[in-house]
Design a protein around this ligand. Structure first.
Ligand code: AP5
Length: 210
């Protein structure tokens, strides 16, 4: 199964990618995670990407396309994969087509902007293992401490309300047109994001397995 997860920032792509990864035993590839790791390790790529990411802009297409091309060559991708956060522009989708990658399904998770704002501004992530929490909906047992590994939980720089607004604008202008792009291929399935993660997961798995 070769799957694309579409959706606004904070729609729950990362959360659902993990669920599908466990259910189908295929890797979840998040360009956001790859870039964040590069940033944390202060590699040339990370330093280049940092200013775009921190201000809520997209990293240039050619940079992200090259990252993905390399990642898809890895052995674990031969039986399928989940793309979380790629493509994010029409040129990225065209590049995927040019690579000869045949996608089986595109699941678009729809969540209204007001809900996105509440979800992302309250999100906290572990600095050490990357586990994700929410101050209200999924708090850690001890404030500021990751339940899984004991690391420190922090707010992502791009999860401040001003930057979330910018990310949503970028999403509507540059990523949302991909819905039409994939609708034409007949592979697009829309999932309405639910209040409970488990309810969204049930709908997402149904969309993937149908
Ligand atoms: P990236 O990491 O891909 O950011 P994003 O799309 O903004 O994704 P998020 O991780 O913020 O959201 P998500 O949809 O995965 O939601 P999550 O499951 O975490 O990219 C970061 C940056 O990297 C970009 O801004 C860009 O600069 C760059 N980049 C990456 N890819 C690129 C590309 N292809 N081209 C160019 N640049 C690129 O959920 C969010 C929150 O909601 C959590 O708190 C979660 O607990 C909660 N939640 C989830 N589901 C539910 C639910 N059903 N009910 C209640 N709460 C829920």
């Amino acid at each position: 199964m070769r799957l694309i997860l579409l959706g606004a920032p904070g729609a729950g792509k990362g959360t659902q990618a993990e669920v599908i990864c466990n259910a189908l035993n295929i890797p979840a590839i998040s360009t956001g995670n790859i870039l964040r790791e590069a940033k944390a390790n202060k590699t040339a790529l990370g330093l280049e990407a940092a200013s775009y990411m921190d201000s809520g802009k997209l990293v240039p297409d050619e940079v992200v396309i090259n990252i993905l091309k390399e990642r898809l060559k890895e052995d674990d991708c031969k039986d399928g994969f989940i793309l979380d956060g790629f493509p994010r522009t029409v040129p990225q989708a065209e590049a995927l087509d040019k690579m000869g990658v045949v996608i089986d399904r595109v699941v678009d998770i729809e969540v209204p902007d007001e809900k996105i704002m509440a979800r992302l501004s309250g999100r906290r992530v572990c600095e050490k293992c990357g586990s994700s929490y929410h101050v209200e909906y999924k708090p850690t047992k001890v404030e500021g401490v990751c339940d899984r590994c004991g690391g420190k939980t922090v707010q992502r720089k791009d999860d401040s309300p001003e930057i979330i607004k910018d990310r949503l604008e970028v999403y509507h202008a540059q990523t949302e047109p991909l819905k039409d792009y994939y609708k034409k291929t007949g592979k697009l399935v829309i999932v309405e994001g639910q209040e409970e993660v488990a309810d969204t997961s049930a709908l997402t798995l149904k969309a993937v397995e149908a």
